[in-house]
Design a protein around this ligand. Structure first.
Ligand code: UDX
Length: 434
């Protein structure tokens, strides 16, 4: 089966490599010549564990190729996936569909023989139908169906999420399109992964609803963490006690500085806009976004309070800058809000991140000192702020940390350490909700 994947970004690259691993013959297309050149030279433009080896293996087997030449590839494909970016549109919070529409027009011009055009990007409800209209208008004789196949990949775990998903969602209109997509995903039948086959609009909405619900769990526990601090309860006990109820579930109840990344902030906002456009309101999702912003602001106050009421002139050793571990992605990272707020009030920042420092340099205000070694951040620091729970920060030599610091404050925004242990060691320890 010939698959064309348009977009060599996060979703496109991971999906292309995984479909190739399933045995399909996949060509990944992108308009960015530099990116394609790098990929052809074996260089992976993003940090995702396991991706480099997977790409190399499938390129060597000739199951996977990269090119900017759309015409021949689209013409020979059974399935064309659109996996281009859908960033938040400036000004109004809607998803920007410029790249999706451009891809649809380009696909339309080169279609030959029956082809299924599949939206993999996260797109507003109704986009698959728009893509269908664009293709039909651009090339009235094209023989095609559209489908929606949203992805549920987590950065840092994208390959295992693709290979062993909880489910596959297929929005389809014809049996012919369904048969091709089922055949592509056949390897997952062997491990009995449920396939949800539904209409286009439902498939598009499932993606947003799932992300909004996960964001809701996070904002819920973050709001509980504030209450726990006020009443003297331990949010971890609360989360465990709640989460063991099978109807609630234990996952995504970990408190922190608020969710970030390329999906939750963008998708909750886009979902609220979709609802507004259809004269519906999503009060819960609106509240989730509000709570997330509040949680970030609350972290700034927490750090300020921990260092004695003013961060002016205080040196903070910041561990982790990315929105979560195992990624170099800084998009919507809580650090981008929390650190500038502290620096505005005169805090001095010494920061380390295993993968995110190059991107952070572009996005954080000037004046942050970036340290190549995590222990270098502690030198002369008044406080440690553990921002992202990278494994490297879970087993710190805490006596050495204390020895390097000027002060003894440890603000753990991910609750990696145990409060009692930290107090015993001599830290003034501050977690979230405990
Ligand atoms: C998410 C979804 O999980 C995935 O299915 C979707 O396709 C894309 O968005 P991702 O953004 O890669 O994936 O990361 P995820 O692991 O879900 O974490 C998102 C954010 O929530 C991170 O900032 C993380 O720190 C935060 N989070 C997650 C919490 O604060 N608490 C939790 O319990 C879980």
């Amino acid at each position: 089966m010939n698959v064309a994947m348009i977009g060599a970004g996060y979703v496109g690259l991971v999906s292309a490599a995984c479909f190739a691993e399933f045995g399909a013959s996949v060509t990944c297309l992108d308009v960015d010549e530099n990116k394609i050149e790098r990929l052809n030279a074996g260089e992976i433009p993003i940090y995702e564990p396991g991706l480099e080896a997977l790409v190399a293996r499938n390129v060597a087997k000739k199951h996977l190729a990269f090119t900017t030449e759309f015409a021949a590839i689209i013409g020979g494909a059974d399935l064309v996936f659109i996996a281009v970016g859908t960033p938040t549109r400036r000004g109004d919070g809607h998803a920007d569909l410029t790249f999706v529409c451009a891809a649809a027009r380009q696909v339309a011009r080169h279609l030959r023989g029956y082809t299924v055009v599949v939206d993999k990007s996260t797109v507003p409800v109704g986009t698959a139908r728009d893509v269908k209209r664009i293709i039909a208008e651009t090339n009235p004789s094209a023989d095609f169906d559209v489908a929606s196949n949203p992805e549920f990949l987590r950065e840092g775990a994208a390959i295992s999420d693709f290979m062993r998903p909880d489910r596959v969602v297929l929005g389809i209109e014809t049996e012919r399109a369904a048969a091709l997509l089922r055949a592509l995903y056949r390897p997952l039948n062997l491990i009995e992964i449920p396939i949800v086959e539904t209409d286009l609009e439902s498939a598009e909405l499932i993606k947003y609803a799932a992300n909004a619900f996960l964001a809701t769990k996070i904002s819920f526990i973050n709001e509980m963490s504030a209450l726990c601090e006020a009443v003297g309860a331990d949010v971890h006990a609360v989360a465990r006690g709640m989460g063991l109820d099978g109807r609630i579930g234990r996952k995504f109840l970990h408190p922190g500085p608020g969710y970030g990344g390329s999906c939750f902030p963008k998708d909750t906002l886009a979902l609220v806009r979709i609802a507004q456009e259809h004269q519906a309101t999503l009060r819960i999702v609106e509240a989730v976004m509000h709570v997330n912003a509040t949680q970030r602001a609350r972290m700034v106050s927490k750090i300020r309070k921990a260092v004695g009421g003013s961060e002016a002139g205080k040196t903070l050793a910041v561990l982790g800058l990315t929105f979560k571990p195992e990624t170099d992605d800084m998009r919507e990272s809580p650090s981008l809000v929390i650190l500038p707020a502290l620096m505005d009030k005169g805090a001095i920042i010494r920061a380390h991140d295993p993968q995110g420092m190059d991107e952070a340099r572009e996005l954080l205000p000037h004046g942050v000192s970036y340290c190549d070694d995590s222990y270098a951040t502690f030198e002369g620091a008044d406080a440690v702020v553990l921002m992202t729970e990278w494994n490297a920060y879970r087993g710190l030599d805490l006596r050495r940390v204390l020895g390097l610091m000027k002060g003894n404050v440890f603000v753990d925004l991910r609750n990696v350490y145990e409060p009692e242990d930290m107090s015993e060691l001599g830290f003034s320890y501050h977690g979230v909700g405990r």
